[in-house]
Design a binder for this molecule. Structure first.
Ligand code: GDP
Ligand code: MN
Length: 361
């Protein structure tokens, strides 16, 4: 789950990384701004989950006199289509230099990897692209509690030693928060020390419970509903809904749909041994995806009984057409039930997919 800048900054500060003093304000609360706390120059920052916020007009400069007008202006804009609900008003740092640092996992090496650039800031993508060697990287054994000193020196080059210390603190955040990404861009030097001017943190969804996060905000309402039923469910943006059992069969169904020129609306694996009720919930869930025009049910009966599957499909009572391929345990009985209700059934995965693509066309 992605955290917003102000949330990430709180966690960074817990590990000893300096962050600017700030005030979080929600929409329609400008009036409550503690104006006494805002003395000199400030930065007004939209708390929206988009990259390149600054360039998109989400980071504005203000001072004591203009902060309210600036906050209002930001609340009345959308940043890359996302309305601004919260803003962070921070003391403006007197930036001397902007660095870039990011920690993620190198899946090929199965190790954490730290990326560092001497020229950070809003143009880091271009810099990385145009200047070969501008972004340095090191990876190391994930069992080490700290980034080895020699690697920090190799990574940070001539940057002040406080920068190295901050990189190591960011590594602590990365480990302690079960992060998939921890990033500071820009990491800045100022006359009063090194600060994280921005903060990005993505927490591994598998660790949310351990991190005390009850609700995964990154999930859609439907994905959350699926989580309740224990379905593996991912919403996509096509028109053909998919329900399968087993990740392999479900993925293969998705691939085949795209192969025949269709666009899939979701991935839903009901899991093994699905009964009537589970199948019913699955069909209703997929049918509720607004873009869905037809649903392909591709289930292989092993411990799953196909008659139960059929009952579930019938019980769902959805108006979207459902095209079914069931094979294996009690398939004969299942087909009988479905044909009595007029459902379209085909014998192979290939046929059922081709038919669905035809239906949406
Ligand atoms: P992003 O565009 O979403 O990455 O937003 P950032 O928080 O990184 O801000 C974008 C840019 O605004 C930074 O690269 C800085 O150049 C500038 N900026 C942000 N905070 C400050 C600040 O406190 N003082 C100054 N002078 N510039 C800032
Ligand atoms: Mn940034």
């Amino acid at each position: 789950m992605k955290l917003l800048e102000y949330e990430a900054k709180l966690l960074f500060a817990d590990e000893g990384i300096k962050v600017p003093t700030g005030i979080l304000v929600s929409k329609h609360e400008e009036i409550l701004l503690p104006m006494d706390a805002i003395k000199g120059k400030v930065v007004v920052k939209a708390q929206v989950d988009v990259g390149g916020r600054g360039k998109a007009g989400g980071v504005l400069m203000a001072d004591h006199d203009t902060v309210i007008a600036t906050a209002r202006q930001l609340f009345n804009t959308t940043i890359k289509g996302i309305p601004v609900q919260r803003i962070l008003i921070e003391e403006r740092l007197d930036i001397q230099h902007e660095y870039y640092v990011s920690i993620t996992i190198d899946r090929a090496r199965k190790q954490p990897v730290i990326l560092f650039a001497e020229t950070g800031g809003v143009d880091i993508e271009e810099t990385a692209h145009e200047k070969k060697g501008a972004v340095r990287s090191v990876s190391f054994c994930p069992l080490l509690p700290d980034v080895p000193g020699f690697l920090l020196r190799e990574l940070c080059g001539d940057a002040p030693s406080e920068i190295q210390k901050t990189v190591n603190r960011l590594y602590h955040v990365f480990c302690h928060k079960d992060a998939l990404l921890a990033e500071i861009n820009p990491l800045v030097t100022t006359p009063t020390g090194v600060y994280a001017a921005d903060a990005k943190l993505i927490i591994d969804d598998n660790s949310l419970a351990r991190q005390g996060i009850a609700v995964n905000r990154d999930l859609t309402g439907r994905e959350r509903e699926a989580e309740k039923h224990g379905f593996s469910f991912v919403e996509l943006d096509g028109t053909i809904g998919v329900i399968g059992n087993g990740a392999g069969l479900t993925m293969a169904t998705l691939d085949l749909i795209e192969y025949y020129g269709g666009r899939v609306a979701d991935f839903l694996d009901v899991g093994g041994g699905a009964d009537c009720e589970r199948v019913m919930h699955a069909v209703r869930l997929v049918a509720s995806v607004p873009s869905v025009k037809v649903i392909v049910v591709n289930l292989l009966g092993g411990i799953t009984r196909c008659d139960e599957v059929a009952r579930g499909i019938i019980a769902s009572g959805v108006s979207v057409p459902v095209i079914v391929r069931i094979a294996g345990t009690n398939a004969e009985e299942g087909r009988k039930l479905l044909s009595l209700k007029g459902y379209e059934m085909l014998d192979t995965m290939d046929l059922v997919v081709k038919r669905a693509v035809e239906v949406v066309k």
